[in-house]
Ligand binder design. Structure first.
Ligand code: HEM
Length: 127
């Protein structure tokens, strides 16, 4: 029963997002923390996809339901990172419009919720 190196990395990137969330009113801390978490997640998924054909494995339905839930929520989190980052960078660059902050917050909370559920279900993959 052990965690792989990838599980440790996924734990660190998740902690960056949680810490970044707690620093959401201080851009000088919020932005570097969440950007580290998001880039880390993309690199991790990209690496796992490259080395293990994770998407093909997921799509072939050879995994158990808990593992499928893990992959589903983790993938959804990556999707929500994109609008979160687009709106966040507008706020950061002083280019925000009337609804930018509201949209940033909505996509960010969806991303964080999915990533947290994905994180919890990751532990179903412990061997
Ligand atoms: C590239 C990624 C991101 C950038 C550039 C970014 C940038 C920003 C900026 C500049 C603010 C305004 C802070 C202020 O002036 O008080 C903000 C607020 C916020 N961010 Fe992000 N952010 C990013 C990702 C995230 C993520 C991943 C989350 C969730 C974990 C998140 C959650 C929030 C929340 C909840 C607020 C407060 C919104 C409000 O109540 O008005 N952000 N972000």
């Amino acid at each position: 029963m052990g965690m792989t190196i990838y599980m440790y990395i996924a734990t660190v990137t998740w902690l960056c997002l949680i810490l970044g969330y707690t620093q959401r009113h201080t851009p000088a801390r919020h932005v570097p923390l969440v950007v580290t978490g998001i880039i880390g997640d993309f690199l991790l998924v990209g690496y796992l996809q490259f080395t293990r054909d994770a998407v093909q494995t997921a799509a072939s339905f050879t995994l158990g339901p808990l593992e499928m839930i893990h992959i589903g929520f983790s993938t959804l989190a990556l999707v929500f990172y994109i609008p979160t980052a687009i709106h966040g960078s507008k706020i950061y660059r002083g280019k925000e419009e009337a609804t930018t902050r509201e949209k940033h917050k909505k996509f960010a909370m969806l991303a964080l919720a999915c990533r947290t559920l994905g994180f919890i279900f990751m532990f179903s993959m412990l061997k």
